[in-house]
Design a protein around this ligand. Structure first.
Ligand code: FES
Ligand SMILES: [Fe+2]
Length: 433
């Protein structure tokens, strides 16, 4: 263990080492003075730290791990595969701006993202520009349906000098960049450019709009800039479990869709989603609809499923005989797709949640409602989604304030209730330094 200026032999109960005060260091700025005062004012019996020690931790956040826990318990970013042995993610994953950027590049760039439904590109000639993960990746992309009824997902950036090719949805016979008139087919292939006679090696493949990998499940379109796995493998667990639903009959309902701004890290929001452990504590109304004792989690390579069983008399799916859950009163299937997509199936339809990072401690969560059986909207586990979301937001925002604490770093998992969180953290750890 590194010499961090405290007595490793001193303990305040349990195994948490208690630092002993160093010689006080004179504060050098108003900010330091305020922080030092804040620190000194904390009433933590038997626990004190000098300003100098605090500064060293601030300058080297990675040391905080080994400071508060036994070294072997907190190797940075290793999540033991045994949930009984494992410690949760180090707190700085939720608070460190550099790690936040790293995860955007390593996790989000390679992820499959839900981008639109096929109703947005129903007719040949339709062009549908969108931004992949606005607020973080900010990648301008374009869906088109060509005259042969083929869907395409393309870069929306002109291969000349980078103008956006399509700015609004519409119906077109070809794509024309309005900056200098470069023209592309609806399949993204270069067609024409004025004033380019004599340009060597022109046009070439590089003058086509780059194609972006995409996949369609039911009516839902996903895209990935650099897929970490084939789309079929990514979507297979959901297809196998709820592929029997008539997804093409689900209709997007803008009146029941909205965005929530959450003052917390995106991964903290996902952590909360991935366990039903908190339901009896945080969601009294949802707890009335679900049988907590039979709530269960199933894990897949890049996704997980939480199955909510209805309490007696509450609304549930009429499952087909070939469903693996046939005979059970399923109130909700909560599918989570790594890293940030939630597909929540209820007897009334589907609520998609897209968790969009905006900053290290700011997240936008888009709730998109697809209604199948409107008459069932007000019953069962999917009845009060807005209330449940606000309850979740409050606890996630409080947790964000908590993980910033100098006194918190990592916790342990419940082996029976937090398998989904452990699985998520293991996936993140695969992508962390
Ligand atoms: S940037 Fe598109 S034609 Fe020049
Ligand atoms: Fe919740």
């Amino acid at each position: 263990m590194k010499d961090l200026g405290f007595n490793p032999g001193a303990h305040s109960g349990g195994e948490t080492p208690v630092p002993i005060p160093n010689t006080a260091v004179k504060p050098s700025s108003a900010e330091d003075t305020a922080l030092a005062t804040e620190w000194e004012n904390r009433s933590v019996p038997g626990l004190k730290i000098s300003l100098g020690e605090w500064r060293r931790q601030k300058a080297s956040p990675f040391q905080i791990n080994s400071f508060w826990h036994k070294k072997e318990a907190c190797m940075p970013f290793e999540i033991d595969k045994s949930i009984e042995e494992a410690w949760t993610l180090p707190a700085q994953v939720y608070t460190d701006p550099q790690l936040y950027q790293h995860l955007l590049e390593r996790v989000f760039l390679t992820s499959w993202q839900f981008v639109a439904d096929t109703d947005s590109v129903r007719i040949p000639g339709t062009v549908f520009p969108f931004t992949l993960l606005e607020g973080s990746l900010e990648e301008p992309l374009l869906l088109t349906r060509d005259m042969h009824d083929q869907l395409h997902c393309l870069s929306n950036v002109c291969t000349h000098r980078g103008n956006l090719v399509v700015e609004t949805p519409g119906n077109e016979r070809y794509l024309r960049c309005r900056y200098h008139g470069r023209r592309f087919g609806l399949d993204g292939k270069f067609q024409h450019m004025p004033e380019f006679e004599g340009v060597c090696g022109f046009p070439s493949e590089k003058d086509n709009l780059p194609e972006v990998p995409f996949g369609v499940w039911g009516k839902f379109i996903f895209a990935s800039l650099k897929p970490m796995c084939p789309f079929e493998a990514f979507i297979a667990p959901m297809q196998e479990r709820v592929g029997w639903l008539p997804l093409h009959e689900f209709r997007y309902d803008p009146a029941r869709s909205r965005d929530y701004l959450v003052r917390a890290n995106w991964a903290l929001y996902c952590d909360n989603y991935l366990e039903g452990f908190h339901i009896p504590f945080v969601h009294p109304s949802l707890n009335e609809a679900l049988d907590y004792g039979s709530y269960r989690t199933e894990l897949f390579r890049y996704s997980s499923l939480q199955v909510g069983i209805a309490k007696g008399g509450e609304d549930c799916f009429e499952l087909p005989p070939d469903s693996p859950d046939y005979g059970q009163a399923i109130a909700a299937y909560y599918f989570w797709l790594f890293p940030n997509l939630m597909f929540n199936f209820y007897p009334w339809g589907l609520s998609i949640n897209v968790v969009k990072p905006l900053g290290v401690d700011l997240t936008r969560v888009s709730f998109l409602s697809y209604v199948w059986r409107a008459e069932r909207l007000h019953s069962g586990a999917g009845a009060e989604l807005d209330r449940v979301e606000r309850e979740d937001e409050a606890v996630v925002e409080a947790t964000q304030r908590g993980v910033r604490s100098r006194l918190y770093d990592r916790g342990r998992y419940s082996p029976t209730r937090e398998q989904g969180v452990h699985h998520f953290h293991r996936l993140l750890a695969e992508h962390l330094p």
